[in-house]
Design a protein around this ligand. Structure first.
Ligand code: GDP
Length: 440
């Protein structure tokens, strides 16, 4: 699960832990990992080179922080830089005041232009606008029918006529005014590849219909090529924003980074599925995680942060102190159950060291934990603090008190010894390392 950049970096930067400064020399190997991850995520080569340079400039000279793995420090810088590079994002669209606003969609055939026209119409409708979808893609006859079907599904009006694209757009504006529709979305023609005739047609619409905003729809699955497509369109048409589609597939998202870096045009929305409600505002943080291959890691970090806010600071400090001293008792262990219960325990069980071993495969964690809790509750205060004093006769009594067998109490106490050792080991680790240790 963590065969990600973090692990590679961690190995590459092991020597640095806890002392010194980050220098060009000692982070070189680490940055090679970052480069590899970016190229794997399909980020354009030139973009990667420039990006690595920037990260290096920011890293060199920084003190290696105490108690933080240097790899985390670099991942943080990389993450911040990625976010900065792709942001800021403004998902709002500005509208004209006393006339219909015209939004022009363009892109290569198959990019998802017609689908996205519908999606955008639905989004704007839910924001209280009254959109008109315009079938200006006369290149592909089926596109007109496709847009009509989409309009029907969404209950949105569709304007179409078989003249020429500029005429369709112009007449659509008149139609919108007559029918009190305030947002016109033009679904223009695409081609399999960029060609002069297409660009000419789009330029003509741009010049004569004067759209307020120009959106380029790009398929994220084409990877690096996305940046080239965006550049060519932007050079001829001066785009306002990009909509990146098919991010529900396995595209790593490198396209998002390259597009912004190469063209300077922001990404406003992303397509997350074929269905018409699958349009989302673009979020650089989510995309940065995706590019770094750390989706799961970020989720876990958030969970840990959540635990930390729900459990009082004093309690955490107390736990930390006890862990360091190896004085983690059965009472503390029990307290952790209660904390887990508060958080909807089932999915958190794996994050508590030693816990998963106490739950037989296939058993409901809640049942297993109740059993453990029963055993702890049958012990005296002194026994919970110093479990090694529990002798055979006490074990039998605890077993009887909790409806267990003496050997099961025995086994539990052995497991708890391991937990204590683990806790001591973890006391000196950073949050990332703790997560890695318990999730494998
Ligand atoms: P156009 O030629 O650019 O108008 O592209 P279409 O709108 O006809 O879309 C081409 C194909 O991509 C269709 O099968 C769509 O359902 C699909 N598609 C569009 N957007 C997305 C998306 O965000 N995710 C997925 N998985 N498929 C999409």
């Amino acid at each position: 699960m963590f065969d990600s950049i973090q692990r590679g970096l961690s190995d590459a930067l092991k020597k640095l832990r806890g002392r010194g400064r980050l220098t060009a020399d000692n982070i070189r190997e680490g940055l090679r990992e970052v480069r590899r991850a970016l190229l794997e995520a399909d980020v354009n080569f030139t973009v990667v080179t420039k990006f690595i340079q920037r990260v290096e400039e920011r890293s060199v000279g920084q003190d290696v922080l105490a108690r933080v793995d240097p790899s985390e420090q670099i991942v943080k810088i990389v993450f911040d830089e990625l976010v900065a590079l792709m942001g800021p994002v403004d998902p709002k669209i500005s509208f004209a005041k006393d006339r219909p606003t015209i939004l022009m969609m363009c892109g290569l055939q198959g990019a998802g232009k017609t689908t996205t026209t519908g999606k955008l119409g639905l989004t704007l409708q839910s924001q209280g606008r009254r959109p008109l979808l315009v079938a200006a893609d006369l290149q592909r006859p089926a596109a007109v029918d496709q847009l009509k079907i989409i309009g029907q599904q969404l209950g949105l009006p569709v304007y179409s006529e078989m003249t020429d694209p500029v005429q369709v757009c112009r007449n659509a504006v008149t139609f919108a005014k007559q029918n009190n529709l305030d947002t016109i979305i033009l679904d223009t023609a695409g081609r399999l590849q960029i060609d002069a005739a297409l660009m000419e047609e789009l330029q003509q619409i741009d010049r004569l219909v004067k759209p307020d905003q120009l959106f380029l729809v790009v398929d994220a699955m084409i990877g690096q090529e996305a940046a080239n497509v965006a550049k060519t369109f932007n050079d001829t048409l001066s785009l306002n924003a990009v909509i990146l589609t098919k991010l529900d597939g396995d595209a790593r998202g490198g396209a998002a980074l390259s597009i912004k870096e190469v063209t300077g045009v922001p990404i406003k929305f992303v397509g997350m599925g074929e269905k018409l409600d699958k349009l989302e505002p673009f979020e650089p943080e989510g995309m940065a995680s995706r590019i770094l291959g750390q989706g799961d890691l970020m989720g876990l970090v958030r969970k840990v942060a959540e635990i930390q806010t729900q459990i009082s600071k004093e309690e955490l400090e107390e736990q930390q102190r006890k862990m360091e001293e190896g004085a983690f008792t059965l009472d503390d262990f029990r307290k952790q159950f209660v904390q887990l219960q508060k958080l909807g325990m089932k999915n958190m069980v794996g994050m508590m060291p030693g816990m998963s071993e106490m739950i037989p495969a296939g058993e409901d964690p809640e049942v297993a934990l109740r059993r453990v809790q029963g055993m702890i509750d049958s012990m005296t205060k002194e026994e919970r603090r110093r479990p090694h004093i529990i002798d055979l006769s006490r074990r039998k009594r605890i077993a009887a008190g909790s409806g267990m067998q003496a050997h099961e109490v025995n086994q539990f106490l052995k497991q708890f010894e391991q937990v204590q050792a683990l806790m001591k080991q973890m006391a000196s680790m950073s949050v990332f390392q703790r997560i890695k240790m318990v999730t494998g």
